[in-house]
Design a protein around this ligand. Structure first.
Ligand code: HEC
Ligand code: HEC
Length: 466
């Protein structure tokens, strides 16, 4: 009797969509959800908005929230987020190409791993087991190809932390505005090559051809041809944290933001609409960009010598210690226009007074001690990803602030020590790496003790914790 009941029920269960309704169960986000009007209305404090954002970042979503992709609207498209196949059609995860966590915090949770056991923190880094496996469709686990390594044609990426990201976003936006102005200058001076330089970083040059009415971008370097500085993602693909967050929601969690699929639209066919509201992405953006910034200890003794060496051997040509902004206010836009960060602004936070706590600089803005030029560099064949695009070996200069606490290193976490990371620099980084290698042992120790003064914030988002 029981057996036949199972036989009758099984096909039925397998064919149902993830349950939008389950008596006794409820969405993990609850019903008290923050809207864009709540934020623009001005009644909420920065604390309230950050708290709401932290909730979006750390809630383990379930099927009632709209977690995951529904049954195949387009089952033939295995790589783009939405409608992805799951393991044994379990409806929940595959782990490869996303559906790889229930909450953002699963991968961004290590505040420091310089201690044993490591210290947790919302918005931190992840270990190699938290690496994202982006869009592979071939994994040669047992080396059937016989080329001596496990061929994998996707991206394998280690999660960075989000501390201080408000300063990074502000610096990037100001750089974009400078470059857009220089592009306009080129347009008003046809045939004249205009240098693209912002905050001491050179991005090549641009020329406007009055005859054809087009820009010659062949001399543009380290940034996309649209001259938008994109600090986020290890390959420099996103101008703002909001832009990154939208993709992260869909890719990792199958949570579809309203601003991507539309209000009331069930884009992933899982029976749930309005999975992540516009106001929820705004709150997430505000939370992420108002996390405390990494702080450096004052270099003494050996570390002080190491600081000088760091610049002497050529590390600072890419790992620029500071970027100075001209304002302390980070603005938030919806919808965002990458080329024009001043468009559609609905909110602003003070990066000096807020939790980010950046220092005032001489320009009336803040100094962002990130150790990066926010520029893309060719790091050589050995570091390249096996993705099949010309940008395989290009990465945006990794920000070294907090580096003492964030092993493993490099985009996929292949470097377990700082020395490994430095020695693996090829391409444009090869000379500096060779210079490091030719230092005396004590000098290497000095340089490493300098890098170990670069610490993550001790208690990020502490005021929000229960
Ligand atoms: C499976 C692990 C994983 C999960 C879950 C995850 N992330 Fe990430 N996160 C990563 C990896 C890996 C990167 C680096 C991606 C890259 O370089 O392209 C990253 C990068 C980021 C960045 C850019 C940081 C920078 O400085 O470049 C942001 C912002 C971010 N994640 C936000 C989120 C949010 C919001 C969520 C939840 C919706 C989330 N992440 C969930 C692994 C994860
Ligand atoms: C040509 C530009 C360039 C130069 C010069 C350079 N780096 Fe880098 N560095 C990068 C890039 C780009 C990455 C990220 C590469 C990746 O993720 O695979 C990086 C990554 C790193 C990392 C790992 C960071 C992390 O969080 O994973 C360390 C440590 C580092 N560099 C130290 C140094 C030191 C020390 C020097 C001088 C000896 C140096 N770099 C010179 C561009 C440069």
């Amino acid at each position: 009797m029981k057996k036949s009941l199972v036989a009758v029920l099984t096909p039925f269960l397998l064919s149902t969509a993830p349950h939008a309704q389950q008596p006794g169960e409820s969405p993990a986000l609850g019903n008290n959800r923050i809207t864009q009007n709540d934020i623009t209305g001005g009644a909420l404090s920065l604390f309230d908005i950050r708290l709401a954002g932290m909730k979006i970042f750390s809630t383990p979503f379930n099927s009632l929230d709209g977690y995951g992709d529904g049954p195949g609207v387009n089952p033939l498209d295995p790589v783009s987020p939405g409608d992805r196949p799951t393991l044994q059609n379990n409806g929940t995860f595959l782990r490869i190409n996303g559906l790889d966590a229930q909450t953002c915090m699963e991968c961004h949770s290590v505040g420091s791993n310089a201690t044993v056991p490591f210290r947790f923190a919302v918005g931190g880094v992840g270990g190699v087991n938290n690496n994202a496996m982006f869009q592979p469709d071939e994994i040669d686990v047992d080396d059937e190809l016989g080329n001596g390594f496990a061929f994998y044609n996707g991206r394998f990426i280690n999660p960075p932390f989000l501390f201080g990201s408000g300063g990074v976003e502000l610096a990037g936006k100001e750089m974009t505005m400078d470059l857009q102005n220089q592009k306009a200058q080129a347009q008003s001076n046809p045939g004249v090559s205009v240098a693209l330089v912002t905050k001491g970083v050179s991005f090549g040059s641009i020329t406007y051809d009055g005859g054809s009415g087009t820009f010659d971008t062949s001399q543009v370097a380290g940034v996309d041809a649209d001259l938008v500085v994109r600090p986020f993602g290890r390959k420099g693909e996103f101008a703002t944290v909001r832009g990154f967050d939208l993709g992260a929601m869909a890719f990792h969690l199958g949570m579809e933001p309203v601003e991507v699929v539309g209000a009331g639209v069930d884009g992933d066919n899982d029976g749930v609409t309005d999975e992540i509201l516009i106001g929820e992405i705004s709150a997430l953006h505000v939370f992420n960009t108002n996390l405390e910034r990494p702080k450096a200890e004052r270099p003494k003794g050996s570390a002080k010598t190491g600081k000088a060496l760091f610049s002497q051997v050529g590390c600072t040509s890419c790992h620029q210690p500071f970027l100075n902004t001209t304002t302390q206010y980070l603005t938030y836009s919806f919808p965002e226009v990458d080329e024009d960060p001043t468009a559609n602004v609905f909110y602003a936070t003070d990066l000096r007074k807020g939790p980010a706590g950046f220092r005032r600089n001489m320009l009336g803005g803040v100094s962002v001690p990130l150790f990066s030029d926010l520029k893309r560099h060719d790091m050589g064949a050995a570091l390249a990803e096996s993705f099949g695009s010309p940008l395989d070996s290009f990465f945006i200069t990794a920000r070294l602030w907090g580096i003492a606490d964030t092993a493993p290193y490099l985009h996929d976490g292949r470097a377990l020590t700082l020395t490994d990371a430095i020695l693996m620099h090829g391409g444009e980084g090869a000379t500096a790496s060779a210079n490091f290698q030719s230092l005396a042992d004590t000098q290497k120790e000095d340089l490493l003790s300098y890098l170990r003064t670069l610490r993550t914030p001790e208690e990020p988002a502490e005021d929000l914790l229960p």
